[in-house]
Design a protein around this ligand. Sequence first.
Ligand SMILES: C[S@@+](CC[C@H](N)C(=O)[O-])C[C@H]1O[C@@H](n2cnc3c(N)ncnc32)[C@H](O)[C@@H]1O
Length: 203
Amino acid sequence: MSVKIIGDKDEYIGMFQRLKRRARFFRSYCKSPLWDTNISPPELYDFLETYPAGKALDIGCGTGTNLITMAEKGWVVDGVEFIGKAVRAARRKIHGKNLPIHIYHTDFLAHKLPTASYDLILDMGCYHSFPDEDKRIYENKVAESLVHGGYYLLYGFLKTAASRQGITSNDLLILSTHLKLIRDERSLGVGDRPAAWILFQRD
Ligand SMILES: C[S@@+](CC[C@H](N)C(=O)[O-])C[C@H]1O[C@@H](n2cnc3c(N)ncnc32)[C@H](O)[C@@H]1O
């Protein structure tokens, strides 16, 4: 008996990769993920002290630490996160604080975003782990949902010969076709992996 696969092979491979990626994050939250420090980084505080408050989106907001930091500095904040355990932890942290935070429990790639709506889009540790085709979907969504003059603040690991994933120079080129590069600060992240804080602005 032969099994007939209906549909495009690349589409199935893409779906499988997305599931695998999501399962990796799910497993991370079964323990205590290294990134979940409950402390926002100085680079985010610097941004919040430099620019006036507005409306922000945190992509892959995890357990909500940066949502709270931004809201306490006067921002109205949305978070998007697809792992239920992280969303529940974030909602527990926010509960009773009376802060203007809304969390969407969904996959960012499937989440319908309002156009030209955010003054700041933050991504700490999400973009760098998408496969190329999903990065392209993501970039369009980010560019379209920023207000003109709005900022995109990205932190992520850089792709190296030894790493499976990361931000590549081609990614930065593509992002620069949508947005203007303002700052690109390289450093070493966890495990001495090359990382960068990158700030873009929509024209
Ligand atoms: C490295 S963690 C960083 C979490 C948080 N930004 C922080 O700094 O604590 C990346 C987060 O992005 C979330 N994430 C990854 N892909 C996502 C997607 N497609 N939609 C929504 N959340 C996603 C993961 O579940 C994880 O919580």
